[in-house]
Design a protein around this ligand. Sequence first.
Ligand SMILES: [Cu+2]
Length: 170
Amino acid sequence: MIFSMLAMLFAFGALIVAGLAWSRSNDTKDALAKVQAGGVTPTSTAVTLQEYTMTPHAAVLKAGTVTLNVHNVGSVTHELVLVNEPSIAALPIVQTATKDRAVGDVNEEAIPDNLKMGETGDVKPGHTVVKTFHLTPGTYVMFCNIDDQGPNGTAINHFHQGMAATISTQ
Ligand SMILES: [Cu+2]
């Protein structure tokens, strides 16, 4: 008698667990359908870095806390610097080389601190850095400002090679 009651309890428990899992998976499906229908602006996106491109998988994100999952699929170290500028063309560019900056680099020192949203730091080949930013509605430029030494001693600036992209928040 006790055994059969226990068996019934277990069966009932299993039913509840299955029901909860079903309802959770339906919630996930609903959220996914909304994103696919364009009803929900994502709060995070993957960004792929390689030589020499920077590709955010979503171009428009929801303002507020924004998470970038930054994957370096290339074979050299990259970074992602995020600034509040209206376009890539609006970035200040180094005209005269210094000990830290080559001609053609983004002149980060010329960007006001309140427009600097943050950066990943070095992202090594094959690595992923997850970075959270607090963004008001607007347009943001991401770029990689790393310099590598070219074969003849000249700097190869990743930004100058094309490693920049824009995202916007709303
Ligand atoms: Cu780079």
